[in-house]
Design a protein around this ligand. Structure first.
Ligand code: 13P
Length: 243
């Protein structure tokens, strides 16, 4: 099982120190062999998190990277830089980036290529709006979002996919478990058909994961882990989700 935490734009030095200490003391030592925790703090705190989590079964990721390799792009952080400071992962395609920063397939493709070159593993987020869900076009939307991942240019990219229905993010609403199972199966069969990757396609579920629904989500056979937003900022809740 993979337990990924997306802290989004939350926290402070004090918060980061305290939550990392909690994770070190009461979560990481109890994570079953074969499971892993991936923490994605805001980039400014990621170096400190890398240092803190050395020798722990915890990997650190970024929430985004630039679509440019380097150069005059004020405020941007490159995939190479993330890798340089010891990060292993980057989240790409999160719906908040797609929505607030107009990230689309061509731009995300550039980011995926740069992540691949930098040796970063990617958590690639996909998901439909509530309207698309109601219209029954979820699979079409997901196929369109997945199309860039399935190109031969990304043959060497190490990635996992996170299915995050946009309408489930931060709302407390989660799709019916059976629907999640069907969508995860669809994602796996679609990607394996398009890429010839077979058993190594892992799909996380994200969107209002909390201690009350985590066990049921984790018990679904095609859910390989969870991507947790709000509840990952509360060490007690994150612990209950992970253990
Ligand atoms: P919430 O868990 O707060 O719904 O956020 C999910 C998410 O967007 C994780 O990337």
């Amino acid at each position: 099982m993979i337990y990924a935490a997306n802290w989004k734009m939350n926290g402070s030095t004090k918060f980061v120190n305290s939550i990392l200490s909690e994770i070190k003391q009461s979560i990481a030592p109890h994570i079953p062999l074969g499971s892993k925790i991936i923490l994605c703090p805001p980039s400014i705190y990621s170096s400190a998190a890398v240092m803190f989590c050395k020798n722990m079964p915890v990997e650190i990721g970024a929430q985004d990277c630039s679509s440019h390799k380097d150069g005059a792009y004020t405020g941007e952080i490159s995939a190479d830089m993330l890798s340089d400071v010891g990060l292993e992962w980057v989240i790409l395609g999160h719906s908040e980036r797609r929505q607030y920063h107009n990230e689309n397939n061509p731009l995300l493709f550039e980011k995926l290529l740069l992540a691949q070159t930098a040796g970063l593993k990617v958590i690639f987020c996909i998901g439909e709006t509530h309207q698309q869900y109601l219209n029954g076009t979820t699979k079409e939307v997901l196929m369109q979002q997945l199309s860039i991942l399935c190109t031969p240019d990304l043959i060497d990219l190490d990635y996992i996919i996170a299915y995050e229905p946009i309408w489930a993010i931060g709302t407390g609403v989660v799709p019916e478990f059976q629907k999640i199972e069907i969508i995860h199966q669809f994602i796996k069969s679609h990607v394996s058909e398009k890429t010839n990757r077979n058993c190594d396609i892992h799909v996380l579920y994200g969107g209002s994961v909390n201690p009350e629904n985590a066990n049921q989500l984790k018990s679904l056979s095609d859910v390989d882990g969870v991507l947790v937003g709000g509840a990952s900022l509360d060490p007690e809740k994150f612990k209950q989700i992970c253990l």
